[in-house]
Write a protein that binds this ligand. Sequence first.
Ligand code: SAH
Length: 356
Amino acid sequence: MTALADILKRQIATTGPLTLADYMTSCLLHPVHGYYTTRDPLGAQGDFTTAPEISQMFGELIGLCLAQTWLDQGAPAPFILAELGPGRGTLMADALRAAHTVPGFHAAAQLHLVEASPTLRREQASRLSDHTPTWHDSIETVPDDAPLFLIANEFFDALPIRQFTRDGDGWRECVVGLSQGTLAPGLTDPAPQDALAHRIPDTTDGDIVETCSPALAITAAIAARIGGHGGAALLIDYGDWRSLGDTLQALEHHATADPFANPGQADLTAHVDFEALAGAAAAFKTHSKLTPQGVFLERLGITQRAQALAQRLSGSALQSHVAAHRRLTHPAEMGSLFKILALFPKGAPPPPGLNS
Ligand code: SAH
């Protein structure tokens, strides 16, 4: 039993069950006991591994994609180069190294990082110090007076969701309460949900849908900047075009765990509903395109890059390099489940890799 479990149990006993969103927020970001607040969760010793930690090729290709998009828009200077949830800073470091070959890109880039975790901010500072980043608690304080070129990998999946089960014309919301002294999920009585009116035609009794209002607000803030001043965003995550089913997942030491057993000790995520993000962006003079990660990386030339890097490798290093290429691109691994949602201004060409 964790200290955070005791805090949440007292809270529930006093004020009643928590929405899943409030529960997730406490688990991930509680100032003292939150999962991200207290640790670096990445890598073999941690709880999960992400694409930039699997291979340098991922960040390199993202960096070249962004730099080409910047060239396609006339190489505006200065511009805001931003990342949401940069983790260890690996993706941005690889991207900047690759984009070094594009004249003027480094000189024009002003680096802004949105990061909630003090632990991870320290790691980002050590990897990205040459580029003097500015840190933010939220996208809202990232400057909005210049073109914005933004990346986010496995950021939106960490944002708090609410979860609803269809019941007649209404919905029962999943809430976290107490059952025999332990934290347990339950369902409210059915009630209408205006925000889910569009899901009545495509669901039936018992179907589960999820909403993530912070994701919509963040996407709208990004799209407003891109629609107003130019730029592009690459939002990379696992999920589908439209949410259906229970996708809340807890990971501890690379294995799935009970999301309610050890609050603050496991990573909690949910699939991203890309249709909802695209909808939130649509009001801001932007276009969006969704492409599976494997297709995107192949179009950007990951296989050629992998072959070039392989020339210098042998033995187990070569084996793990080949495995990394497969893991990032193969449909049975990350290639299909992970997707890129690109946002770009109306009238501008889409970023490379998203253009068919
Ligand atoms: N992009 C990195 C890390 C992904 S893990 C990678 O691909 O390796 C999720 C990241 O988002 C972490 O850096 C975490 O601290 C950050 N994060 C999660 N919720 C956040 C929030 N609400 N605000 C800001 N950062 C958040």
